[in-house]
Design a protein around this ligand. Structure first.
Ligand code: ATP
Ligand code: MN
Length: 479
């Protein structure tokens, strides 16, 4: 007989069916009731044994975290909490778990702290919370591909090792196979990168956008979905050194089209999880409710997790310019009462406290800010007619801050060339990027969604380290 997954048993097995199920023991009580989970769903199946018919030595080995294979018959459940259960005919211990070690680390039914579980990476996958988070993470990745595929976008793979610094931001990890203790030096006293693997300095990518633009200017609509690296030393709850980014790029598209696409996309993803993953979402919703109860009243959020998701799906995002946002902030209570830590001035980038004020206090909904001052945005963003601002957009979400950054790209070669000079970049190195402006240039636009940020929003997790299986942050690259 083939094994049946727990999700399939709960969905389609009938009383009287004989089945085999394999999984890990989540609980074992009264020498009689085993809760088995195999990761296919947040739900467990209960297996009931008649202990008089089993060896004591076998019963002793059924402990939390051990893996078992159980065969038996589906019966109506006597107890509350489940409608069916398995009446066990035979049970085999596939892998023991040392009860003493289990006591110390593994799954006590008591709740583990999220921080503790980050260090016990094998355990995370076996907890209800992380099971739910990682199943939803998977589902979001699937929904992303489905969204773009259904709309005729092509998935392209942009390089992870790159010779170009997309933003000129200089927060890149170097890739080299030079001997760091014996670096080749040129006559001018600098590192001789000609002797390095690629014959020049290369880095891990911070964005696939520039390459994706080339794809869009031939394939029409493309997107990337890959790992992205930032060597910024920002130890925040919203930044990883290695994260995943989704970057669509569309030819013959302007900033308005770009905003429309972003809003449709984000709503689609959230709706997809609401409609298809209610078991995991309900669990996370209740988990958050319980956590809220431990907080002082004034720190609790107004809406529960599912209410927040519904709210985003059902309401139009507020769109306004950076300039209007500055006006609103200058008139705001926290500004007048000097409650903001950072100054607000036209031409200076908004800090996350300002973004959160706009989203959480002023508009109480997702906000798309547009038309930022050119100096604080990347060189490739399209210059507006006012000569001061660019056709940029940032999407700000409650609790998260910036979730998407995008823009219409500068398609006019003369303006782009002067921006390259202004930003101290090398025209020679960007020749390939300029080429799409030389041969049949066209307006085009795109954006970048940080994958972990949307996973945070949908799961309600408040630390980005808890939505990626193996987080990389400054001073931490375990496992
Ligand atoms: P932030 O201001 O939050 O640092 P950014 O302006 O550096 O973001 P972009 O360079 O525009 O962000 O990157 C596009 C998207 O990638 C962001 O909107 C965000 O969702 C995500 N992102 C950026 N940096 C990180 C990071 N270090 N870890 C996880 N996600 C990130
Ligand atoms: Mn950043």
């Amino acid at each position: 007989m083939k094994r049946k997954k727990v999700i399939d048993i709960l969905e389609s097995s009938k009383v009287g069916d004989n089945i085999i199920v394999k999984g890990w023991v989540r609980a074992f009580r009264s020498n009689r009731f085993i809760q088995i989970n195999d990761g296919s769903t947040i739900k467990n199946i209960q297996a009931v044994i008649d202990f008089e018919h089993f060896d004591d030595s076998l019963l002793k080995r059924i402990s939390i975290a051990s893996s078992v294979s159980v065969s038996g018959e589906i019966v109506d459940s006597q107890g509350a909490g489940q409608s069916i259960e398995i009446k066990v005919n035979s049970i085999e211990i596939i892998g023991d778990a040392n009860p003493e070690e289990v006591q110390k680390t593994v799954m006590q039914p008591k709740k583990h702290s999220l921080e503790f579980l980050r260090e016990q990476s094998h355990l995370r996958f076996r907890t209800n919370t992380f099971g739910a988070v990682f199943r939803i993470r998977h589902a979001l990745a699937f929904a992303i591909h489905k969204f773009f595929n259904d709309r005729g976008f092509y998935y392209i793979h942009t390089p992870i090792i790159t010779g170009s610094d997309a933003e000129g931001a200089g927060e890149m990890f170097k890739v080299t196979n030079l001997d760091l203790l014996n670096l080749p030096i040129t006559d001018d006293g600098v590192i001789d990168y000609k002797k390095d693997f690629f014959g020049k300095p290369v880095n891990l990518t911070v964005s696939g956008q520039l390459e994706a633009e080339l794809g869009a200017m031939g394939l029409g609509q493309v997107y990337t979905f890959g790992p992205t690296f930032r060597a910024e030393n920002s130890n925040t709850s919203r930044h990883l050194s290695e994260f995943w980014m989704i970057e669509p790029e569309v030819a013959f598209s302007d900033l308005i089209d770009n905003m429309d696409l972003t809003e449709e996309f984000l709503k689609y993803l959230i709706k997809y999880i609401l409609e298809n993953h209610s078991d995991d979402l309900n669990f996370l919703n209740d988990r958050e409710l319980n956590e809220q109860k431990l907080k002082p009243k004034n720190e609790r959020s107004d809406l529960g997790l599912k209410e927040r998701l519904e709210f985003v799906v059902n309401n139009k995002f507020k769109r306004l310019t950076y300039t209007d946002a500055i006006d609103i902030l200058l008139k705001s209570k926290p500004f007048k009462k000097k409650k903001f830590k950072y100054d607000i001035k036209w031409g200076v980038d908004l800090q996350s406290e300002h973004e959160r004020y706009l989203v959480e206090k002023e508009f109480k909904c997702p906000v798309i800010l547009t038309d930022y001052p050119s100096e604080i945005k990347a060189f490739y963003m399209r210059q507006n007619d006012d000569g001061k601002t660019v056709a940029a957009m940032d999407v700000l979400f409650p609790g998260i801050g910036e979730i998407v950054g995008g823009s219409q790209r500068e398609e006019r070669i003369d303006i782009l060339k002067s921006k390259i000079i202004e930003f101290n970049l090398s025209e020679k190195e960007l020749h390939w990027y300029l080429d799409i402006r030389k041969f049949g240039t066209a307006p085009h636009a795109g954006f970048g969604l940080g994958f972990e940020r949307i996973v945070m929003f949908v799961t309600g997790m408040t630390n980005i380290r808890d939505v990626i299986p193996f987080p990389r942050t400054p001073q931490n690259a375990d496992f």
